[in-house]
Write a protein that binds this ligand. Sequence first.
Ligand SMILES: [Zn+2]
Length: 184
Amino acid sequence: VLKLLHPMLETAPEQPEKPSTLERIVDRVRGTGKGIRIQGADGLLVRYAQCCQPVPGDKVVGYVTRGRGVSIHRGDCPNLLLLGHEPERRMEIDWHEMAGERFVVRLALEGNDRRGLYADVAAAVSATGTDIKSLELKTTDGKVTGSAMVEVENLAHLERIMKAARRVKGIAVVSRREKITAEE
Ligand SMILES: [Zn+2]
């Protein structure tokens, strides 16, 4: 469940949470897999930014987009830095995980190719109890680059996957992939 707090509350983070007219119960819109809608008079549309693909457990920031509601970004998203000249459009977000909710995250992989690498990466990720949406590895002059789309519950789950993938012989780098997009 996402709770949107008024930006003015950011100045007093130590105070206990009080019910606020700005607080909204949010419901995930079934079937889209990406969006949630804030129920209330303003009917703001909330979406998870695809540039940084936040998951529960990440520090996140809401950003009021023009005409599209609120985008939820990771606090360290490079696009937020680009948007920093309009701080009044930032919203503090308190994100509580909902049981059963899953988030697709793209991971970038780099390393050195060897026979069986693809199968070993797939096996290591699967062994963490993870659904793999896609896995692509490309080899150029013995170097491997690629990406894995994995379905995760939260940050702890994602970190288990990244750790497992890094332990595969031949894999040197596993990182979350961010995209710079000016459109938000
Ligand atoms: Zn972002």
